[in-house]
Design a protein around this ligand. Sequence first.
Ligand code: SF4
Ligand code: SF4
Length: 416
Amino acid sequence: MLHSIPTDKLGPLGEPMAKAVSACVHCGFCLAACPTYRELGQEMDTPRGRIVLMKEVLEGKMSFEAAQPHVDRCLGCLACEPACPSGVPYRDLISPFRALAAPKMKRSPLERLRRFLAAQTVPFPGRFRVAAWMGRIGRMGVMPKAMQPMLDLIPDEIPPVQTWEAHYPAKGEKRARVALLLGCAQQVLDPDINTATIEVLTRNGVEVVIPRSQGCCGGLAWHTGDLEAARSFARQNLGAFPEDVDAILTNAAGCGSAMHEYHLVLRGTPDETRAEAFRHRVMDVSVFLAKLGLREPLRETKLKAAYHDACHLSNAQNVRKQPRDLLKAIPGLQLLEIADAHLCCGSAGSYNMDQSEIASSLGEQKAKNIIATGAEVVVTGNIGCMTQVKLHLKKLGSPIQVKHTMQVIRDAMLQS
Ligand code: SF4
Ligand code: SF4
């Protein structure tokens, strides 16, 4: 697409944004893949439409406010990227654009409050735990209705605090050494995911290091346009993770995807080169284990499991095969596919708080498609998806359990 975006006036993120715009040939192949187009049916809520809107704003021909509703409604699910024959790197446009637009966006006081609360709690496990408890009290009717979508996501039971050692030696012959990101919301909502991940890794001969000074991946900040906070979290992790490991592992798709974008977050800063090297060392735990190969024997099961592709694993990291291969390694496990697997469940970071109607519709559709598989358990690799899917399965009265890939593998390992 031809454009006259003044990249020299837009700072270090101007060039990647302009490149993404110029790669788009306006063909429209991405439309069918876009969940908001499926929901709303209008051009301005498609990837192509949003690219045009953002181009117009960047060229100074349109106001930020005019584009805002459509940009806000983008899930950031990146389903448009694999659907695009021209290889438009949509991620290089949407998050940088949000960072540029953030100070100019007009938001209601309640929306500002909701965004502020999310930014000040979710990335910090201690604060998030307190907020989750307060949210449970808020459910009793003392919070404004506009906060309801946030409260809905709080589980009925908040697990007890769990902590992890700084180091877990490999069991048996050592095959690798890795560092693990613990994830912020994940530590509070389902700490067993980290425990399961560590057990699967160590029993398969992997030494696990948990850097004490690690922080939030910065994904929430990056995807909501808070560039300074995203940079600060990225720098913290650049300094926290050691060099002497074979890989830096994540077990939450959203975190892994954000860490893969550190080069963009820190573009034009003195940390850009380090960020570029760092992101190539980040890997989802399923990718690492599929490559290494499971050594620990797995017991036979008759479990019927549906696998849900988290957008930030499948679209953002191109990881679809590896978790399926790991699950197929469990003897007897029946792996089921979910209809419209490419469609986002509506979780998308803080989307289910900010755009609750679309998020709820997508969540309900995903839950119905999961139920239609006849599965007993739905397996995925992202805490955000797990929370959203659990909520909507429960609303539909379904008993289907929701588990992380590492929990299913751990449960299939013979007792040691
Ligand atoms: S498929 Fe790619 S090139 Fe075609 S309109 Fe969508 S983003 Fe543009
Ligand atoms: S990121 Fe998702 S919601 Fe946004 S334009 Fe692409 S496909 Fe549509």
